[in-house]
Every structure is written in structure tokens, then in C-alpha cells.
Design a protein around this ligand. Structure first.
Ligand SMILES: [Mg+2]
Length: 245
């Protein structure tokens, strides 16, 4: 990397792209909706039941409260805790990665990036959401239940940087959660790309460097910042019309 006079700060340190899992690389929300619909079908709750389940799921607060009202509404015999546990246990096998995610990550690696995962949850459950060829792409993977640290604690970001032998200056975090992914990364001194799903950035939220509609737009941004592309650095600030002030 010293040809044509590239400055010493670029030498041989691979840039690192860290990804969130749920609703960034895999369609977690889609799996929840499928599982709610299957629950309604299995219990013969009809269209009204399906709508009730979705409304209860969307209600903020403790999910056990939602399952309590579902149990009461439909005279279910199980406790809210048992219903919630069974529902959560059914989810991982129904989660699918977005089409093209494995190929997109592989392309970033071929362009000189290291790839890492930081996800809040249990390692077994989170791994079950990924096909083997996707799991195999990560140079470093961090699971909050294994680490006993969760996003947005900056310590989990620092742990990944250390394991990947990366520095904050050559690292990006990509995720859909403004609090856990963007806020945590910014607090740890990293730059962040928010996967917005076309939502507006609230005024009081942590500020990402970029907003991407989906992970594929984030892939394109990172590709444009690959070593040897453009100005050869990983700190470009002028490639995207969606850059945040
Ligand atoms: Mg997420």
C-alpha cells in the first residue's frame, strides 16, 4: 500500500465494517409478522385475531403484557410467560437474511475490508438466524449474552476493535438501531451508517455520518470507501447525498 506515495496512515491496516444482525442483515421483523400470523392460524383466531396480535406486538412496553392481553382476549390456557417463551423460541428458524447479503459482504471482503458482527442476544439463537455461508464471512463476531456486554455499551465495540486489530479511524458501524448501533458506535468513537428503512432521523437522535435506506445502500457506500478506490482512504465524506450534517 506504499505505492504512489500513499501516506503512512493507510499502510496495511484493513478497514473494518461492523454490522448489526436483526433488521440489518436479516429480516427479524418479517419473521415476527410471519410467526404472529401462524399463531393466529394455528389457533383459528381469524382476521380479527391476526390484527389483534399485530397491534399487541406493536404496543410499546413489556411483551408479557401484550401476551397477557392476547391470552385474556382469546381465552388461552397458557401463561403469558409460556406464550412469550414459545413464540420467541419459534422465531430464529423463521428469520431469513435479505437476498444478496452474503454476496454483498463477500464483495466487501474481496475489496479489502474486514467484517465483524455485533448483535444483542444469545449466540445460539442469533447464529440460527444466519445461513452457514453468511456466518463464515465474519472475521470477528460478538454476541452480547456471551460477552456479558450489550450494545450500546462502548465496551462491546472496543472489544471487537481489539480482536480485529482495527482502530476507530478505519472502522464503520452499520445498523438499524439509532440507540444501540449508531449511539453506541458514536460513543465508542466510531463512525456510523444508519440503516433507516426510509424513516426520518429524529432531531434528538444520535447523528450517524450517513443514512442508508437499506444494507445494500450501506454496502455501496462502503465499497466507495474501499482501499484503493477514489482517494484511497476510508474516511471519505463526500460520496453520498445522504450524508448527515
Ligand atoms: Mg437491529
Amino acid at each position: 500500500m506504499t505505492a504512489n506515495g500513499v501516506s503512512s496512515m493507510d499502510h496495511d491496516v484493513k478497514p473494518l465494517a461492523i454490522f448489526d444482525l436483526d433488521d440489518t442483515l436479516v429480516d427479524y421483523t418479517g419473521a415476527i409478522l410471519v410467526s404472529l400470523d401462524m399463531f393466529a392460524t394455528e389457533r383459528s383466531l381469524g382476521e380479527e385475531g391476526r390484527a389483534f396480535l399485530r397491534a399487541e406486538h406493536a404496543r410499546p412496553g413489556d411483551p408479557r403484557d401484550s401476551w397477557l392481553s392476547i391470552a385474556q382476549r382469546f381465552n388461552l390456557e397458557e401463561t403469558p410467560e409460556d406464550l412469550l417463551d414459545a413464540f420467541m423460541a419459534s422465531l430464529p428458524a423463521r428469520v431469513k437474511s435479505y437476498d444478496g447479503v452474503t454476496e454483498g459482504l463477500a464483495r466487501l471482503k474481496s475489496l479489502g475490508w474486514k467484517i465483524a458482527l455485533i448483535t444483542n442476544g444469545e449466540e445460539v439463537a442469533q447464529c440460527a438466524k444466519m445461513p452457514a455461508e453468511l456466518r463464515a464471512l465474519f472475521d470477528v463476531a460478538c454476541f452480547s449474552e456471551t460477552e456479558k456486554i450489550s450494545k450500546p455499551d462502548p465496551a462491546i465495540f472496543h472489544a471487537v476493535l481489539q480482536r480485529a486489530q482495527a482502530t476507530p479511524e478505519t472502522c464503520w458501524m452499520v445498523g438499524d438501531s439509532l440507540e444501540n448501533d449508531v449511539g453506541g458506535a458514536v460513543a465508542a468513537g466510531l463512525r456510523a451508517i444508519w440503516v433507516s428503512g426510509d424513516q426520518q432521523l429524529p432531531d434528538d437522535a444520535a447523528r450517524p455520518q450517513y443514512v442508508a435506506r437499506d444494507v445494500f445502500e450501506a454496502f455501496r457506500l462502503l465499497e466507495s470507501m474501499s482501499p484503493g478506490v477514489g482517494d484511497g482512504r476510508t474516511q471519505s465524506s463526500h460520496h453520498s447525498p445522504r450524508k448527515q450534517a
